[in-house]
Design a protein around this ligand. Structure first.
Ligand SMILES: [Zn+2]
Length: 187
């Protein structure tokens, strides 16, 4: 019984990592598309391969604005409703404001009413996660998987299809409209 449970948990974890074919209700199992944590394919706008940087946080000073530095590397939170990206509705890609790793695409952005840019889903593999207790109860913090820059928190009260709400500091992102070349990753 225990072994069976363990196996089921393992399979779920693998499916979550996109390593197993996920049987969808509307068709046969699919194996070739990139899969997200909820088994939904997301179009990756740039086939980026990257390795995490080992750059010290303080070395980003001067490369990003003071406001962005406070959010990205001191885990500050921008004031709700203050970021222009909140109202960004064009097609395009949201990249990390520090290292330029693409993190979200516009298709997954939605209006949450919170005053922070909100997304249903990141580009697979671009975020790291940890639990923080800064405000007394556990929240899931997420950061850029390449430079470690703090982006926001993820909650389970988002709309379909994922039910997730990635609540992002706008100042930690940079928007690149469709048709414009994505900036090269910076160290
Ligand atoms: Zn980054």
């Amino acid at each position: 019984m225990a072994a069976k449970l363990l196996l089921a948990a393992g399979a779920a974890a693998l499916a979550g990592a996109g390593l197993l074919a996920v049987k969808r209700p509307d068709g046969p199992a699919r194996q070739s598309q990139p899969l997200t944590s909820r088994g939904l394919p997301v179009q990756d706008p740039l086939n980026v391969t990257f390795t995490p940087l080992t750059k010290p946080k303080t070395a980003w000073q001067g490369q990003v604005s003071e406001e962005a530095y406070a959010v990205l590397f001191e885990e500050a939170t921008e004031r709700a409703g203050t970021c222009a990206l909140l109202h960004e509705k064009r097609e395009g890609t949201f990249v990390c404001a520090a290292c330029y790793l693409p993190l979200f695409v516009n298709k997954t952005k939605f209006e949450s009413g919170t005053g922070w840019p909100s997304f249903n889903e990141p580009i697979p593999g671009r975020l790291g996660f940890k639990t923080d207790y800064k405000i007394g109860y556990p929240r899931t913090e997420y950061h850029c998987a390449r430079c470690g820059g703090h982006q926001g928190h993820v909650f389970d009260d988002g709309p379909p299809p994922t039910g997730q709400r990635y609540c992002n500091n706008g100042v930690a992102l940079k928007f690149v409209p469709k048709g414009e070349a994505l900036p090269a990753l910076r160290d």
